[in-house]
Design a protein around this ligand. Structure first.
Ligand SMILES: CC(C)(COP(=O)(O)OP(=O)(O)OC[C@H]1O[C@@H](n2cnc3c(N)ncnc32)[C@H](O)[C@@H]1OP(=O)(O)O)[C@@H](O)C(=O)NCCC(=O)NCCS
Length: 225
């Protein structure tokens, strides 16, 4: 099961451990250069500032992906003009399953709800996956001299976007708790004893509660342009 939610302050060492599990190639894609393990820990300490956050992807309880948002220009009292940089990583065995895309979608939703107006990404020109994620989510990607900059413009938060974030976070926390007690849905004989309609609802409820929908099909509401 994959649960995506914001990391709590005491979980940041898990994020440093995730970053140190990246291969040298993945580290180079993420940090645009060679980075040693000790520098990962320093980086994680450095990003723990007000306004910043890390969205984590827990696969069967293990942190296998993370997307960090670092505010570069604070939000004004009118809830505008905030800018931030986003970086995302998923460990090799878990790539290509939609986790990176879902992490970025969730960071954009949370950024919008905090009044951030523009989110930037930086990547190497050959990083087709990140470029795809940014353009799928409504961003613009411009490349020069081997580097690409992504810009995603967000709209103001609404009641719906705030509720959406709260529901996403709540579902992930409940999923985490169920995972810890080893619950993987109702037992087959329980479902078999239900009427066909109830069994269908039951299975649908399990899917809705327990599985984070990955692979967003379209540009999320709230991305301008
Ligand atoms: C970039 C990264 C986070 C993507 O994570 P992921 O979980 O593999 O991404 P997803 O599974 O959501 O796939 C993203 C998109 O790339 C597409 N994709 C996969 N391989 C591709 C390729 N070779 N060419 C073009 N697109 C490709 C996928 O089809 C998907 O698009 P879709 O949803 O429209 O089908 C991951 O590869 C990673 O951690 N790389 C190392 C660190 C890094 O480069 N970070 C980005 C810089 S900050």
């Amino acid at each position: 099961m994959t649960a995506i939610r914001k990391l709590l302050p005491f979980e940041y060492p898990l994020y440093a451990a995730h970053l140190t599990r990246l291969t040298p190639e993945e580290r180079a894609c993420r940090f645009m250069g060679t980075v040693k393990d000790a520098a990962m820990e320093a980086h994680v300490r450095d990003i723990q500032r007000p306004g910043n956050f890390v969205m984590g992807a827990f696969v069967d309880g293990w942190l296998r992906g993370g997307a960090e948002l670092v505010v570069t220009s604070p939000v004004t009292p009118s809830l505008r003009h905030g800018e931030a940089e986003l970086a995302v990583t998923v460990e090799g065995a878990h790539q290509g399953q939609g986790i990176g895309g879902e992490l970025v979608r969730r960071v954009l939703l949370a950024s919008r709800n905090r009044g951030i107006e523009t989110v930037h990404t930086v990547s190497l020109v050959e990083n087709l996956r990140l470029r795809r994620i940014v353009s799928d989510l409504g961003g613009e990607v411009k490349c020069h001299y081997g580097m690409c900059e992504g810009n995603i413009a967000l709209t103001l938060p609404t009641q719906v976007s705030l509720i959406e974030e709260a529901m996403d976070e709540g579902a992930a926390i409940v999923g985490d708790m169920l995972d810890r007690i080893g619950w993987s849905g109702p037992r087959e004989e329980v479902v078999a004893a239900l009427t066909p309609a109830a069994a269908r609802n039951c299975n649908a409820a399990v899917r809705a509660d327990n599985v984070v929908p990955l692979r967003p099909e379209r540009k999320p509401e709230g991305v301008r342009g």
